[in-house]
Design a binder for this molecule. Sequence first.
Ligand SMILES: [Zn+2]
Length: 320
Amino acid sequence: MKKKVKVKKQVYYILIVIVILAIGAFYGYQKYQEYLYHQTYEYKLSTIGYSIEEAKLLEEKLPAEKLEFILNEKRSDIFVNLAQEKYFIAKEFDNYYAYYLKHKKMEIKDIVSIINCKVDQEYYSLALPTDMSKEEAIIVNKYYTLKEDYIPDDLVNVSMDYAWGNYGDIRVRKIAYDNFLDMWQAASQAGYYLMINSAFRTYQEQEIVFNNYKDSYGEDYALSIAAKPGYSEHQTGLALDIFSKTNSNRKTFKDSEVAKWLADNAYKFGFILRYPSDKVDLTGYDYEAWHFRYVGPEIAKYIYENDITFEEYYAYFLDK
Ligand SMILES: [Zn+2]
């Protein structure tokens, strides 16, 4: 009888010890979890005034190094507003912030666009080599340049039914031509007759164009009206200057019905209006109602529907 009581007591002690250990373990685990949480940026950011949502957003959009920077600054809406922007690119964080400090009244959306398009930099100052692996989505502008000897190997002659000049004068890459022909048909059904007056230009041809302006009117004027050789999209063989058979006047074409039809329909055939009137500050080019660039249907559709420039698309989706 006595033995049984002893055994019972032992079991009782063991149970107490287990319970104490379990409580200890539970408490320790809680403490450990808390410790871990205190190591997170979510927690650290919340201690300097960011809400949990804001902290989560910053943590999601920015690498540790930038979060450390933010932790050393006073709480500021600018970081949250930047991270919230649709086309925010983490690697441009420093550039956005530096630009913001100099232009505090500017809208955040515009700061992101300016930095993404690189127009905070002087024209022709970067001379970045165009990444040719992007194929029909290669970028050529005042920052990205093609090699002097670059000539696409699939140029085709545009039929004189659709182009001014002599046969062989107007050449374009096959993929752009095939899609232009489809667009021509659609335009024709809408009652318009499209005509190309310029397409592929070699580096040397662009040099002649540029130097002619320069010799006649000076370098500033030349820079305002023509691209420097190596920086013209026409050298890609994917850019077409399109007018109508009855209107090839740069000044009046922009107000024509054909120009409107092209602006609204070109994307269906993989072309974009490359230099729109409301994007001059981002493209670096005055409005050119006639200049269309083949980028492929998927990209063209996105750019058209989201009303952005090719520069913005390229920076956010392709420049990886
Ligand atoms: Zn053009």
